[in-house]
Ligand binder design. Structure first.
Ligand code: PMP
Length: 287
C-alpha cells in the first residue's frame, strides 16, 4: 500500500509530499510537533497529546491550523489511507511560509503536516534485559517544555550515544540529569522511591511520564518529582526511561556503570506491566 502523508489540506503519496523552502520550520525551526502511537486504529492518550500540542502552539503564538476535532477527522482518514492498524503519527505545525525575517510575519497561515509510520517499539531483548545509556552535557535552550522541532542538541547527544552503542543519552545540566535526548529519565532509590525531574521548563513533560507517574501513585509507589544527580543515578537501585515509542524501558548501565545489580528492577518491571495494561485498556492491543 502506498504511504500517504497529509500536507496543508492534501493527502499526497509520501515521496511527493513537500513543503515550501521558505517555510519557517525549515528556516528557523519555528514550529512544534507531536508523536502519538496508535494501535487498532486508536490513538493512545490522544487528549493528553492534543493538550500538549495546543500548549506548545500557545507558547510560540502559533495559531491552531484547524480545530482539534477536525484534526481528528483528518487523522482517522490518514490512518485509513495508509492501511495501518498499528503505528505512529507525527503531527508537525510551523508558523508557515513567509519572506525570511526573524520577527513573526503578520499574515501567515500555519503549515500542518501529518505522517504515519510503522509502530516504533523497543526490541523484546531491550525490555527483557534493559539498555545502556551514556551521559552528555545538556546544551539545549531554556524552554525544553515546548515540543519544538528544534532538536539539534538532542540529535547530537543521540548520535554520541549511538557511536558508543548506548540506547539513549541522558542529558546533564550542572550535575543534574534533566532527561534523555528523546525520553524522560527516572531512578528508583534503594529506599524504593521513584525519582524523576520535575516537569518544568528544563524538561519536556512527557505524556508517558504523566501516565506512568499516575499509575505509580495509584499503585502505592512513592513518587518524588525532584532533581537527581549523575552520582545519585549511578548509586540507584533501578533506572528506566519512558517515551511514546519506548514505553517503560529499563536502564541497567549508565556510563559503563551497572545500576543496582545490573538487572531489570522490580518497580521498573511493575511499571512496564502497568503501562502495557494502560495501552491495552485503551486500544485492545497487547504489546
Ligand atoms: N523528552 C524529550 C526531549 C522527548 O523528545 C520525548 C519524546 N518526544 C520525551 C521526553 C517523552 O515524551 P512522550 O512520553 O510524550 O513521548
Amino acid at each position: 500500500m502506498t504511504r500517504i502523508s497529509y500536507v496543508n489540506g492534501a493527502y499526497e503519496p509520501h515521496p511527493y509530499a513537500v513543503v515550501h523552502i521558505e517555510d519557517r520550520g525549515y528556516q528557523f525551526s519555528d514550529g512544534i510537533y507531536e508523536y502519538i502511537a496508535f494501535y487498532n486504529h486508536t490513538l493512545v492518550d490522544a487528549d493528553l497529546h492534543f493538550k500538549r500540542l495546543e500548549r506548545s502552539l500557545r507558547e510560540l503564538q502559533i495559531a491552531l491550523p484547524m480545530s482539534i476535532r477536525s484534526m481528528g477527522i483528518v487523522i482517522r482518514e490518514l490512518i485509513e489511507r495508509n492501511g495501518r492498524a498499528d503505528g505512529g503519527l507525527y503531527i508537525q505545525i510551523t508558523r508557515g511560509v513567509a519572506k525570511r525575517d526573524h520577527a513573526f510575519p503578520k499574515h501567515t497561515t500555519p503549515s500542518l503536516v501529518m505522517t504515519v509510520c510503522q509502530a516504533k517499539l523497543p526490541k523484546e531483548k531491550e525490555v527483557r534485559e534493559g539498555v545502556k545509556v551514556i551521559t552528555q552535557p545538556d546544551i539545549r535552550w531554556g524552554r525544553r517544555d515546548i515540543k519544538s522541532v528544534s532538536l539539534l542538541a538532542n540529535i547530537l547527544a543521540k548520535q554520541k550515544a549511538s557511536e558508543k552503542h548506548a540506547r539513549e543519552a541522558w542529558l546533564v545540566d550542572g550535575d543534574i540529569i534533566s532527561e534523555g535526548s528523546a525520553s524522560n529519565s527516572y531512578i528508583v532509590t534503594k529506599a524504593g522511591e521513584l525519582v524523576t525531574h520535575p516537569a518544568n521548563e528544563f524538561i519536556l513533560g512527557g505524556i508517558t511520564r504523566d501516565v506512568v507517574l499516575r499509575l505509580a501513585r495509584k499503585n502505592g509507589i512513592k513518587v518524588s518529582e525532584r532533581a537527581f544527580s549523575v552520582a545519585e543515578a549511578k548509586k540507584a537501585a533501578e533506572a528506566f526511561l519512558t517515551s511514546t515509542s519506548a514505553n517503560v524501558l529499563p536502564v541497567v548501565e549508565i556510563d559503563g556503570i551497572k545500576v543496582g545489580d545490573g538487572k531489570v528492577g522490580v518497580i521498573t518491571r511493575q511499571l512496564n506491566t502497568l503501562y502495557t495494561a494502560h495501552i491495552f485498556k485503551q486500544t485492545g492491543k497487547q504489546l
